[in-house]
Design a protein around this ligand. Structure first.
Ligand SMILES: *[C@@H]1O[C@H](CO)[C@@H](O)[C@H](O)[C@H]1NC(C)=O
Ligand SMILES: *[C@@H]1O[C@H](CO)[C@@H](O)[C@H](O)[C@H]1NC(C)=O
Ligand SMILES: *[C@@H]1O[C@H](CO)[C@@H](O)[C@H](O)[C@H]1NC(C)=O
Ligand SMILES: *[C@@H]1O[C@H](CO)[C@@H](O)[C@H](O)[C@H]1NC(C)=O
Ligand SMILES: *[C@@H]1O[C@H](CO)[C@@H](O)[C@H](O)[C@H]1NC(C)=O
Ligand SMILES: *[C@@H]1O[C@H](CO)[C@@H](O)[C@H](O)[C@H]1NC(C)=O
Ligand SMILES: *[C@@H]1O[C@H](CO)[C@@H](O)[C@H](O)[C@H]1NC(C)=O
Length: 856
């Protein structure tokens, strides 16, 4: 029998053998191979909120408020009133106390389902800027819009990892590296919460594909099977950064992890989120992700959204949670307390956590009332005034344009094809439906569930209405025309009229070809793509459009509005394709931001500095993992057998040449790196008292590892046989006794505070040695001593630096203790590595300019 990859030791030591055997494209469903080993232990009871650090006063006030409430009033805070309220999620209210309830509203790129709001660049574009200040500014601007509309809880950021390139919702998140994603997540949370909006980091966790993702009405729900170390070092990392940044809310996902629904996975909620990460806020279910009532309550869930049993299950019109019978909580939660299944103490904690987040953001005073209805953009609904049409856009269009330009990634640029100069153009042709408007209007398809016209966001709940969408053809025409009205500009928006493309293309001196690839959420099927993309190629026969144009036009410039990696092999080496620009999903200012980069001569000239937040492979089969598209199991098994080796880590460790590596992006200028200096702080060898790092468990672990990876003892020679034993345990009702007093405090917020201490400072000089000003994104990768079984290099720092021609600047990157630690599955804590750590500083993950090392 072949070894299973169920434990870390065997995984680390024999990774290549196993992974090669297991991963093929269109991965066979892993179920037949012993998924009984992938189970989640039970961790009880749920850790009550502690009021740690800067949460103390908010938690005190929340406790005082909760002490005044009846059980029915508390229940009203835990359970939503259905999807027929003004927001996509609404808790009940407490009229007796004048408490108006909470409005929860999508999405991670703006305020969904209403008017006079902005459509921001998608999360994946925020990541492509590699600029933490822009990420934070975006979060803050979105926060102001949510607040301005009266939204208490914004349902973003989304920070799943892009494990599979075709994953439908990858574009909502921040790419395929945990460090980049963690930095973007933390900055976005800070932005939202700086203006008093509760941010929601989601989807907790391992919601990496749309097929079989689950939901209360799903017949098949996949289980993401992840070993403990991979969970901590990859998938949990951005959530931990969000908790450290003070995030007020977390949303659990639809899928299962190790066979257990995320929203009732006590190991993940009680054990990891609330105990290990010391999370002080509340965790809500994804919409109709609950499949029963008692287990989520015991497992640590705090809020049932949107409150009903499921889409299409039972009546959806009882606006009063306390009496609602179409809910797993509401009236049922009262019954659970009365019959002893759930303690009132657990309910108190649910409510305390929720109100603590509300107090912490200062929402108890002067917070705007909800002034819109997700159900309509009309003013009145059934005679009631529901939409005050409050305009919350401010000057956010400027930031949207700036991020749009800063996230454009230049992939190819031969002979200075870009930037374009109007003075050199007599006749320009612009091809592809992606260059023009959607004939049905920018919001012509429900939740953007179609691919018509230029693509500026994907589809699903992660969307917002465009107030307008500047399409490329309009913006380019306007720009050229403003400088020289005699230039001929011809757009051919029909992707399939290749004869016209040839005719016009052969006459033009410059051809721009636009193509796209779309994806989204599973509840909308676009052209047979059920959320996840079916392929990694361009839509609307984009490859043919490009090769047709290039066959007649020696200066063909390709522009890609894509949700994630696409295969470029059909034409990337074609000498007539002189430049390729990848603006991703830029939001409402798409065309203007594009002009800023293509011409770099208008109001906002921008030298491209965007960098790929994922790897673009030559072949789909080069990626380490795939979407599971088809399965006969009720619980399709998705085993993360690639472990830590997602995206570039896999390409590096397998020696696979990508087309464009993670972190890649060209500039109109050149930069030189010099003067690498590394200093290790005195803290390094300071012994961490074991009490400070280890959290005394007040949990019942029913699963134990009998084999392990321990940093200090790892050696490449042994090959232990995996033997894990799990007791098969059902969550059972607890007694009605209050939870036992804590024997020790739950963890520091975000994990032991020592992890966040600065440990190593890396500095180097970057100089602009070219002929135009611009930003350089410098990246720091580390290689740990080989015995730790880490990927060949991992990103641990980055900085975007603006430099005038000839100027140089010293860049300083600080590594925290966590950045040089690995998760030890036996000790159940982060362990600092010892030995020599290699530092690689460069302009991408494969363009390393400086190297050095330090010793820990
Ligand atoms: C899932 O199972 C793996 C293998 O047994 C184990 O390492 C990991 O800790 C489990 N994770 C959770 C969240 O239960
Ligand atoms: C619960 O919330 C509903 C909806 O806002 C409200 O009508 C009801 O009065 C609340 N119940 C209690 C007990 O406060
Ligand atoms: C308690 O009530 C809940 C909600 O109705 C129900 O699901 C559960 O089975 C009950 N438990 C007991 C022990 O009666
Ligand atoms: C919200 O509405 C209530 C009336 O329902 C009003 O008393 C209060 O002043 C409003 N708050 C704000 C900030 O406008
Ligand atoms: C890939 O999927 C898109 C969208 O469904 C489709 O337009 C295109 O034809 C597909 N490509 C290939 C090569 O099948
Ligand atoms: C490049 O374009 C020219 C027309 O300018 C054409 O003659 C030539 O065949 C094209 N080359 C390729 C490889 O398509
Ligand atoms: C697990 O690690 C500890 C600490 O290094 C070691 O003493 C023990 O023998 C290891 N257990 C197994 C089964 O390898």
């Amino acid at each position: 029998m072949r070894p299973r990859i169920s434990i870390l030791t065997s995984f680390v030591l024999v990774a290549s053998r196993i992974v090669l055997a297991d991963v093929t494209t269109g991965v066979p469903d892993a179920a037949p191979r012993g998924f009984e080993d992938w189970e989640s232990p039970i961790v009880l009871p749920s850790p009550p909120v502690q009021g740690t650090d800067d949460w103390a006063s908010a938690v005190d006030r929340a406790r005082a408020f909760v002490a005044m409430l009846t059980l029915a009033e508390k229940i009203n805070i835990t359970t939503g009133i259905d999807v027929l309220g003004r927001c996509v999620g609404n808790t009940g209210t407490i009229p007796r106390m004048g408490w108006n309830g909470l409005c929860l509203q999508d999405s991670p790129l703006g305020v969904r389902f209403t008017d006079f709001v902005s459509a921001f660049p998608a999360g994946i574009n925020a990541a492509a800027t590699w600029d933490v200040d822009l990420m934070r500014a975006r979060g803050k601007a979105m926060g102001r819009e949510h607040r301005g509309k009266g939204v208490n809880v914004a349902l973003g950021p989304m920070t799943n990892m892009g494990r599979v390139a075709a994953g439908g919702r990858n574009w909502e998140g921040f790419g395929a590296d945990p460090f980049l994603s963690g930095a973007a997540t933390a900055a976005t949370v800070e932005g939202y919460q700086s203006v008093g909006v509760i941010a929601t980091v989601k989807h907790y966790i391992a919601n990496e594909q749309e097929h079989y993702r689950g939901g209360s009405d799903a017949v098949q729900v996949y289980s993401s099977n992840i070993d403990d170390r991979t969970l901590h070092e990859v998938y949990l990392w951005p959530f931990a950064e969000a908790v450290k940044a003070g995030v007020g809310a977390v949303m659990c996902s639809y899928n299962k992890i190790n066979q257990t629904q995320a929203c009732q996975n006590s190991k993940l909620i009680n054990g990891i989120l609330k105990e290990e990460l010391g999370f002080q806020g509340f965790i809500m279910s994804d919409w109709a992700a609950m499949i029963n009532g008692v287990q989520p309550a015991l497992a640590g869930l705090d809020m049932n959204m949107p409150g009903f049993l499921g889409y299409g299950v039972g009546p959806q019109n009882d606006p009063n949670p306390v009496t609602a019978t179409n809910s797993y909580w509401g009236a049922a939660l009262i019954e659970m307390v009365n019959n002893g299944s759930v303690t009132e103490g657990r309910v108190d904690d649910m409510v305390t956590r929720t109100l603590a987040a509300w107090y912490k953001m200062g929402q108890d005073t002067g917070y705007p009332n909800v002034s819109f209805s997700q159900l309509t953009e009309e003013t009145y609904l059934n005679g009631e005034l529901v939409n005050e049409h409050i305009n919350v856009q401010e000057d956010h269009y400027e930031l949207i344009r700036e991020i749009g330009a800063a996230s454009a990634i230049l992939l190819k640029n031969e002979n200075n094809a870009l930037p374009l100069s109007v003075g050199n153009i007599k006749r320009i042709a612009i091809f592809g439906s992606d260059a023009g408007p959607n004939p049905d209007g920018p919001n012509g398809c429900m939740d953007r569930g179609c691919d018509q016209g230029t693509l500026a966001m994907g589809w699903g709940s992660g969307t917002a209405n465009f107030p307008y969408l500047i399409d490329p053809l309009a913006a380019i025409t306007t720009h050229i025309n403003s400088m020289d009205p005699t230039v001929v500009v011809e757009g051919v928006l029909n992707d399939y009229n290749l004869a016209q493309v040839k005719t016009i293309g052969s006459l033009a001196d410059t051809c721009l070809v636009f193509a796209n690839a779309d994806s989204g959420e599973a509840y909308i099927n676009v052209g047979g793509n059920v959320g996840d993309r079916n392929n990694l190629t361009l839509w609307h026969t984009g490859d043919t459009l490009i090769t047709t144009a290039a066959s007649v036009c020696a200066n063909t410039i390709v522009v890609l509005h894509v949700v994630g990696p696409v295969l470029l092999e059909a034409w990337i080496d074609n000498p007539n394709v002189t430049a390729v620009l990848h603006p991703g999903l830029p939001g409402q200012e798409s065309g203007r931001a594009l002009v800023d980069v293509l011409f770099a001569d208008g109001e906002n000239p921008t030298n491209p500095s965007g960098r790929l937040p994922y790897t673009i492979a030559k072949l789909r089969t080069d990626y380490p993992a795939e979407v599971l598209y088809s399965s006969g199991n009720s619980t399709p098994q998705i085993t993360y057998s690639e472990g830590l080796q997602i995206d570039y880590r896999w390409f590096d460790s397998k020696g696979i040449e990508p087309r464009f590596e993670f972190g890649f992006g060209l500039s109109y200028t050149t930069f030189e790196y010099s003067g690498l200096q590394i200093s290790v702080s005195d803290n390094t060898r300071r012994a961490i008292p074991s009490e400070a790092l280890s959290i005394t468990p007040f949990k019942t672990l029913t699963a134990t590892a009998t084999s392990n990876f321990s940093a200090s003892s790892a050696s490449a020679s042994s090959s232990p046989s995996p033997s894990w034993s799990f007791a098969s345990v059902q969550l059972s009702p607890t007694t009605s006794a209050p939870p036992p007093p804590l024997s020790s405090p739950v963890g520091d917020i975000g994990g032991p505070r020592e992890l966040y201490e600065d440990l190593v400072t890396i500095s180097f000089t970057v100089q602009n040695t070219g002929s135009v000003e611009g930003n350089e994104v410098s990246q720091v990768y580390l290689a740990f001593p080989s015995e730790y079984g880490e990927p060949p290099k991992v990103l641990r720092g980055f900085e975007r630096t603006y430099l005038d021609v000839g100027d140089e600047e010293s860049v300083e990157i600080t590594l925290r203790r966590k950045d040089v630690s690995v998760w030890d599955v036996v000790r159940q804590e982060w362990v600092g590595v010892t030995g020599e750590v290699w530092v690689m500083v460069g302009s991408s993950s494969r363009d390393i300019r400086l190297q050095g090392s330090f010793e820990l």
